[in-house]
Design a protein. Structure first.
Length: 84
């Protein structure tokens, strides 16, 4: 009796794994379904002081020798200005 129960549980686990695999393949072919969150595209710039990546539209900036640098905070901007 216990052997049949264990075989049944094992069969259910195998079926679930196969189902997840097949549904993942189908989703990959179709692409993400509507209603799921999509990631906004855009470029990120690296803060030269702390290394954080920031969106250029939201970042603080400084220009040195014609090059624009992007910063995540006033603290990083001040630290950069001290060394530049």
């Amino acid at each position: 009796m216990l052997g049949w129960l264990l075989r049944g549980v094992f069969l259910v686990l195998i079926l679930r794994i196969v189902w997840k695999f097949i549904s993942g393949l189908i989703e990959g072919v179709r692409g993400p379904q509507s209603g799921r969150r999509t990631v906004r595209g855009g470029s990120l710039e690296r803060d030269p002081v702390c290394g954080t990546y920031v969106e250029p539209t939201r970042a603080l900036t400084a220009q040195v020798s014609g090059k624009t640098y992007y910063f995540c905070s006033e603290q990083c901007l001040r630290a950069f200005r001290k060394t530049a």
